[in-house]
Design a protein around this ligand. Structure first.
Ligand code: KG4
Ligand code: ZN
Length: 331
């Protein structure tokens, strides 16, 4: 079966072609250079760029996969959660393709896509398993009992981990998105130099990262860098301290959740799962077999939407042209 997947939930215009679970193409066209000068995503710019690029990205995906639109058996599109204007571009485009080519359409939740990214890899877990989704918009733990059977165990009460990375990067003058820059700087930083809090929140699998962000702000003020950015060495050391705190909390909560739910396997996914320290530490977790999608499948991409749609379609599901985009869409 040939599946065409589309994701325009945030700032990446992405289209992928799969043959069952095999990736034939997975084009991700990043808009970052249009947003970085604003220090974050500007929703209006994001939807306009999706409109400009979606057809071109689709043609590139089809050409790279050596597939004609007529050969496609299913169109799988992300319809939420995300930026409403951005989602609508991908969804309207998918509906038009489906209507014009008489191909079935299926709507997929973006979070289900992140979870199912692991099924694009050769090695994937048996059910049941635990999932930690860590991205710019979400930090949540789920118990996954089967395709489509997800139980939320905990979530962030304020900022997502990726959001905290991006905000701390902004305070340090590192640009947007902050995750990859802090990741790189932290590798040469002294992790012992500054001690930041670990918001473990005893007795719950929820997360909270906004206090940690404030702690970085207070530290910068105490060091005298309220009005200007600190020198490189301090940027490196703060990056290392901040990253150590985030990773400690994420790893500890995965351990708790695994023990509480008596699960033996965990999938760690979403943009922050591309983080080198988190990947290293995840491999050292005892009692849990850890599954990490490759870095390019952790960050937003359409192949994960295609594979999640494929599994829904195999279970007999289909969407109609009344499918709507939703900024808030629980799994
Ligand atoms: O999953 P994703 O591409 O989009 C959302 O669904 O949000 O995640 C984007 C987030 C951004 O906050 C970005 O800073 C973070 O993932 N990120 C990272 C790394 N690469 C991306 N955070 C930490 N370390 C990284 N290497
Ligand atoms: Zn995402």
């Amino acid at each position: 079966m040939i599946i065409l997947g589309i994701d325009t939930s945030c700032d990446d215009t992405s289209v992928a072609i799969l043959e069952n679970r095999k990736i034939l193409s997975n084009i991700v066209s990043s808009q970052i250079k249009f947003h970085s000068k604003y220090g974050g995503i500007v929703p209006e710019i994001a939807s306009r760029k999706h409109i400009e690029w979606i057809w071109d990205v689709t043609e590139r995906a089809l050409n790279e996969a050596k597939v004609k639109l007529n050969d496609v058996d299913l169109i799988s599109v992300c319809h939420g959660p995300g930026l409403i204007g951005s989602l609508l571009v991908g969804l309207c485009f998918a509906k038009a393709l489906s209507y014009a080519s008489h191909k079935p359409l299926i709507g997929v939740n973006h979070l289900e896509g992140h979870i199912q990214a692991i099924f694009l890899e050769e090695k994937f877990p048996e059910f049941p398993f635990l999932t930690l989704i860590v991205s710019g918009g979400h930090t949540s733990l789920y118990r996954v009992d089967d395709f489509g059977k997800y139980k939320e165990l905990g979530r962030t009460r304020d900022d997502a981990a990726g959001e905290a990375y991006d905000k701390v990067a902004k305070m340090l003058g590192l640009g947007y998105p902050g995750g990859p820059v802090i990741d790189a700087l932290a590798q040469n930083g002294d992790v012992e130099k500054f001690n930041l809090p670990r918001p473990y929140l005893q007795g719950t699998l929820d997360f909270s990262f906004s206090g940690l962000k404030t702690a970085v702000k207070v530290l910068l003020r105490n060091l005298g860098y309220e009005e200007e950015f600190p020198p490189e060495e301090i940027k490196r050391d703060i990056s290392a301290a901040f990253q150590a705190s985030v990773v400690d909390v994420l790893i500890e909560k995965v351990r708790w959740a695994g023990a509480m739910e008596n699960l033996k396997r965990v999938v760690i996914t979403g943009g922050v799962a591309a983080n080198s320290e988190l990947r290293k530490r995840a491999q050292m977790i005892e009692d849990l077999e850890v599954y990490l999608p490759s870095k390019s499948l952790c960050t937003d991409n359409a192949a994960m939407i295609a594979v999640a749609g494929y599994h829904r379609f195999l279970r007999g599901e289909k969407s109609d042209l009344y499918l709507n985009a939703r900024a808030y869409l629980p799994l």
